[in-house]
Design a protein around this ligand. Sequence first.
Ligand code: GCU
Length: 426
Amino acid sequence: MKRAFFPPAALLALLLPAAFAVLAWEANYDESRVGTFDLPDPLLCADGTPITAPEEWTQKRRGELLELFEREMYGVMPPKQCARLKGELLSEKSVFGGKAVQRQVVLYLNAPEETPKMNLLIFLPANAQEPAPAILAPNFEGNPTVSDDPDIIAPNVPDATRIEKGKPIERGAEKSCWALEKIIDRGWALVTVFYEEIDPDYDDHRQNGVHPLLRAWEDKNNIPWESRAATITAWAWGLSRALDYLQTLSEIDPDKVAVMGHSRLGKTALWTAACDERFAAAISNDSGCGGAALTRRNFGETIEVMDTALWWWFCPKYSLYAHNPNLLPFDQHELIALIAPRPVYIASAAEDLWADPKGEFLSALGADPVYRLLGTDGIAAFAEQPPLDTPVGGTIHYHIRGGEHDVTDFDWDQYLDFLDKYVRGK
Ligand code: GCU
């Protein structure tokens, strides 16, 4: 994969030792070497006060935790006011034998300026009797890769790292991950956007994508540089702007939009729903370290690796914890807790040890006390990681699918059952 960024020699001298340290670093896949750790209690405030009532969580602890995640890990989430939105319909046609309407909309984020902008690809169930619930899920390789349709517009991302300049996009290349007809048949709308249209996925020193829009607000509000919006926050901010637009459509139920993502976009989906309470539910597919998996478990990917290979996803402050995650004032079960009491689905894949499936399950379990305090059934009666391909839980749901790091039809079947039950009340 090509990168547009070539570090100067002085920077190389700084980066190389770190790169060699990672090459020499070996992921731990041995459960007996995970070690012991104490997980922070989500229901204990920084000042030592225990949270015992739902309103104490809502009024005190939730805000305190969110601020910690912003300041120490993902960077401060800028407000909606950084954007001047304008949606423009580019195309609309009937697809899937008339079962769906496929719409393409360009959403300008700083109208009337031409950039930044993102292309939303929207599939709406045709003939719906009422506004449809929707799933907003960013894609990895560009909108044309989710379907074979020749009319889907290729993204215009000059600095993108995943799409090589000049190389034709392979239409439908990712369609096995999208189960589009299945989603439509179940009465859900699906909205996708190429994530690098929001912010390119490499260290561009926050120059591209939505960063210039966010920076004006960060400067004005004296947000410290070490806690400014990192790339995951930029992606999450962009998804919230997509929701702003979706909430204006008569075909979509504004209160029933779930956010879903795979891998780095699963990390993003959780953070998006944590920050933006308008999302009705969140689905994390194989999100791993920095997403659903507990950071304190030394298994698979660690902050140390991300800090050396993928540092731009997190704010600079997070580097402080690269060698000692135990110092973090939170762990990822508390990211899930920030979504409470809204439904959340955490999914793992058995061969995806890099993402630490057990750590993802324990994180879901660790969020349970908050979900229960807020009056839901949480993860229900499941204290043990379930067998393969067996979804468990209640408002917090979990499964570990056989197979690799991927999104499959099996995953979508579970998500749709879950969303129907917990978001639609069906
Ligand atoms: C890498 C990275 C993971 C990430 C994944 C992805 O494997 O280490 O943290 O989830 O890429 O997004 O594909």
